[in-house]
Design a protein around this ligand. Structure first.
Ligand SMILES: Cc1ncc(C[n+]2csc(CCOP(=O)(O)OP(=O)(O)O)c2C)c(N)n1
Ligand SMILES: [Mg+2]
Length: 338
């Protein structure tokens, strides 16, 4: 499966990402933060304080949390419009994320991007992208820049299975493989692209087979179990960093909520949704923690900490102003600074 073409020499790795083992409580807390953050966003949306599109990650939290635990601070992340989970798991500050959701000046992008366009240069979080598969060429470009500059960084690129029907997926896989670029292609296969089920739109539903046709090492993991994601991602990130070339990882997951807040969700059997809810990543991890003797009081303390973090984020966001109308043309072109 691996290509044998001549490849550009890769820089030697300055520090291995390998961790001794997962911190189960920390993984749980990060997933809970994402879940509660989004539940609060639903409230804000229903109250008319969040406007525009809102795509929830509820049900898929194990993927972002399990993968991003392996990245170094100088690695990069590229996400989709369903990007709150990746942003929070990456460590983008939660107050400015909430302020961005509410369209406030103290948001990550001064409230101009909103839910779909979170962006934070200090953590190398490159968005947030409304175009299906639009992030893939960006990730390849980031990895190409790293290769040309002699840096041993990894770019983790998240996308849905719907993106694999787009030309940009094929172009990006081809170039990343041909030029041997350090991209982790992370497909979140939640079985639906808006209302279209995978088997109704794709001739090949075995996604690693599709990716492997580009001679990219490819495999799948259980995207509902944060530990399974963590283990699969450890291997994937190590391989990208050590080989300097791309890897494709499919996380088999499911969104519990509709595609977006506008979606009446009439294309899925309620029993199917219920079946997946039995494997809620938070419940799985909570049961694992309880099974290893973590006391209820410790889990409750996590609940309290997470709720407090979200309250603080909402207060920060609400203290922000909306952009004044006469400022709206600012940044259409860059401002000259001398
Ligand atoms: C190029 C392009 N085509 C169509 C759309 C409309 N659209 C928005 S989300 C979406 C479904 C994408 O599904 P998937 O990639 O599986 O991601 P998920 O929403 O399941 O996370 C579509 C078709 C778009 N935003 N961009
Ligand atoms: Mg999908």
């Amino acid at each position: 499966m691996n290509a044998t073409r001549t490849r550009a020499p890769r820089p030697s790795s300055t520090s291995r990402a390998t961790k001794p083992g997962p911190d189960h409580l920390a993984l749980y807390e990060r997933m809970l933060l994402i879940r509660r953050f989004e539940e609060r966003c639903v409230e804000q949306y229903s109250a008319g304080r969040i406007r525009g599109f809102l795509h929830l990650y509820i049900g898929e939290e194990a993927v972002a949390v399990g993968v991003l635990d392996h990245l170094r601070a100088d690695d990069a992340v590229v996400a989709t419009y369903r990007d709150h989970g990746q942003a929070l798991a990456r460590g983008v500050p939660i107050g400015p994320v909430m302020a961005e959701m509410l369209g406030r000046q103290n948001g990550l992008c001064r409230g101009r991007g909103g839910s779909m366009h979170l962006f934070h240069a200090p953590t190398r979080f490159y968005g947030g992208n409304g175009i299906v598969a639009g992030g893939l060429p960006l990730a390849v470009g980031l990895a190409l820049a790293d290769r040309m500059s002699g840096r041993d960084r990894v770019t983790a690129c998240f996308f849905g299975e719907g993106a694999m029907a787009e030309g940009e997926f094929h172009e990006s896989m081809n170039l990343a493989a041909l030029w041997h670029l350090p991209v982790l292609f992370l497909c979140e296969n939640n079985l639906y692209a808006m209302g279209t089920a995978l088997e109704r739109s794709e001739s090949e539903t075995n996604l690693p087979v599709k990716a492997a046709s580009y001679e990219v090492p490819s495999w799948s993991c259980d995207g509902m179990d944060v530990l399974a994601v963590w283990e699969a991602a450890r291997r994937a990130v190590e391989l990208v960093r050590d080989s300097g070339g791309p890897v494709f990882l499919e996380a088999k997951t499911y969104r519990f909520r509709a595609h977006s807040m506008y979606d009446p969700d009439r294309y899925r059997d309620k029993a199917e949704v219920e079946h997946w809810r039995q494997r809620d990543p938070l419940l799985l991890q909570r049961a694992r923690l309880a099974g290893t003797g973590v006391a209820d009081a410790e889990l409750e303390a996590i609940d309290v900490r997470v709720s407090a973090a979200i309250d603080t984020a909402v207060a920060f966001a609400e203290a922000g102003e909306e952009e004044p109308v006469d400022e709206l043309l600012r940044f259409v072109t860059s401002e000259v600074t001398s």
